[in-house]
Design a protein around this ligand. Structure first.
Ligand SMILES: [Zn+2]
Length: 516
């Protein structure tokens, strides 16, 4: 049952003038701005209320309601990785579904084998395109309390900044999208807007694929819009056009049953830690990070000239990067090289080596076994299974009695920077923030993205609102009103313009991707 959406307090007269455009009127009118940014796509019909002034006035009217919802949500510690917080994760799902209903969506909590998902549907017409917005409402643990200036799960407002775990990752952006979508639909945007909110993103989405497969018929959509990414600098909007994938694995080696005196056996005894170090040294150049496994780079799609130009215009600096992550030195001092390394190149990382004596001083024993904890970040066109097969073959050749224990891989995502879908992101961000976004890549992985593209057969685009200073996963995580307000406008504009996407644009984008 669809409940009536909440009425705006102050915008009565404007709301009355809203009229839904007839299909015929949705054609050739062109707004100057859209034409400037996206010359190839037809502009949206000029509905009243989709100018920046009206949207900003609406945002200011709704600010109290936005802040009170963000407070409620942040104060539910929906930490998906903590089994003790399971009731809070469930509470979060119920609260989110309730909020969706209050805004006029049909909403339900979809159970999975792990934490649930929340799905909200608002249907305007069968002839309209359907867009599904993805966010996640689970959060990282609060972390070291002494590093927080406020309590992680107490929403604290200081001026225009909102502190608390989950404010920027990803509850604040989820609410910005909801307020923007609600405005767009109240003002006649001709799109069906669905929400899909996950509660297991921070633990690698273990049940997401099964969950959306089970509900696939309800979740049918033309396009998916993900809002869970970070700009490079506040000065310039950024949208990712690719995400790295991930393959974690351990290599273990056992050469004996117990540790033995190195004076009695050393020299003849095989040392599993030394052999693992030797193997790792054969796989990766520790200084440069260059991977030496044959075929590793074969499927790597290097960034194009245009992508590199966008990277260069993103506002990234080596100095800020080093400060943000407290580095003393880096493998490279060149900004473009650093960006390429963190966004567009695969990695081979050693996360830990375990085994042998770990207490104070040195114990002269030869350990019987050792373990290396490793991962590879993968970039578009690299498949986790295929890359892992290269590693297996390499290990088999160089250290045949070592054993590989692989975890589930996350596939990289290759987005797009051209065509009507990219133009939609460009024009809505340009409208709301005064500058078109640069298309960059994300070095991290959102497993759900590739899963949604495959299971829902829909292309995925991104409209992220977080900033580096918002502190993803860090102490003093925060979100701010400027991003919330701009985000509301960007989302509203995007839904308005999505109505005039050429028929079949989403399918064509997907087909073009498969064909390349
Ligand atoms: Zn996130």
């Amino acid at each position: 049952m669809k409940k009536p959406a909440p009425r705006k307090k102050t915008a009565g007269p404007k709301a009355k003038t809203v009229r839904k455009p007839s299909p015929k009127s949705r054609t050739a009118k062109t707004t100057a701005r859209a034409a400037k940014v996206a010359p190839s796509s037809k502009a949206a019909p000029a509905l009243p209320g989709f100018d920046l002034k009206s949207l900003h006035r609406h945002a200011e009217d709704k600010r109290g309601s936005f802040e009170s919802l963000l407070r409620q949500w942040v104060e539910i510690p929906s930490v998906s990785m903590d089994p003790d917080k399971k009731p809070d994760v469930d509470l979060m799902a119920d609260a989110a579904a309730r909020t969706l209903r209050e805004f006029g969506w049909d909403a339900k909590v979809l159970p999975t084998r792990g934490h649930p998902m929340v799905f909200g549907r608002r249907h305007v017409s069968d002839s309209c395109p359907t867009i599904t917005i993805y966010n996640h409402l689970d959060v990282q643990p609060g972390g070291a309390k002494e590093e927080w200036k406020t309590e992680p799960f107490v929403f604290t407002q200081q001026g225009d900044t909102y502190y608390g775990r989950g404010t920027t990752d990803d509850k604040g952006p989820a609410l910005s999208a909801l307020f923007g979508a609600s405005y767009a639909l109240e003002h006649g945007a001709q799109v069906n807007v669905n929400f899909l909110w996950e509660l297991e993103e921070e633990i690698g989405s273990p049940n997401f694929e099964a969950g959306i497969k089970a509900a696939a018929s309800e979740l049918k959509t033309d396009l998916v819009l993900v809002s869970d990414t970070i700009w490079i600098s506040r000065k310039r909007p950024a949208a990712p056009a690719g995400l790295r994938g991930l393959q974690c694995f351990r290599i273990t080696l056992e050469t004996g049953l117990a540790e033995r005196h190195s004076g009695l056996t050393g020299g003849a005894a095989r040392n599993p830690l030394t052999e693992l170090c030797d193997l790792i040294g054969k796989m990766v150049d520790g200084k440069t990070g260059e991977v030496k496994i044959p075929g590793f780079y074969k499927d790597w799609k290097k960034p194009t000239k245009q992508e590199l130009a966008d990277f260069a215009a993103s506002g990234f600096t080596v100095k800020n990067f080093m400060e943000a992550h407290a580095f003393k030195s880096l493998r490279s001092k060149d900004a473009l090289d650093v960006m390429t390394r963190i966004w567009a190149k695969p990695t081979f990382e050693v996360h830990g080596i375990a085994g042998g004596y770990q207490g104070p001083g040195v114990k002269t024993a030869v350990p019987p076994r050792g373990e290396a904890k490793l991962s590879m970040r993968l970039v578009p066109r690299m498949e986790p299974e295929k890359t892992l097969a290269l590693v297996r073959a390499f290990v088999k050749k160089h250290l045949p009695d070592a054993v590989i224990h692989a975890e589930n891989g996350l596939r990289p995502y290759e987005g797009t920077t051209t065509g009507p879908l990219a133009d939609l992101v460009r024009s809505s961000m340009n409208f709301a923030f005064g500058r078109p976004p640069v298309f960059v890549r994300e070095g991290g992985s959102i497993g759900a993205v590739k899963t949604m593209e495959d299971v829902l057969s829909a292309p995925v685009i991104f409209l992220g609102l977080s900033l580096p200073e918002h502190g993803y996963h860090a102490p003093n995580e925060n979100y701010d009103w400027a991003q919330a307000k701009g985000g509301l406008a960007a989302f509203a504009k995007l839904f308005h313009e999505a109505a005039s996407l050429p028929r079949g644009a989403a399918k064509a984008a997907l087909a073009a991707k498969k064909g390349r």
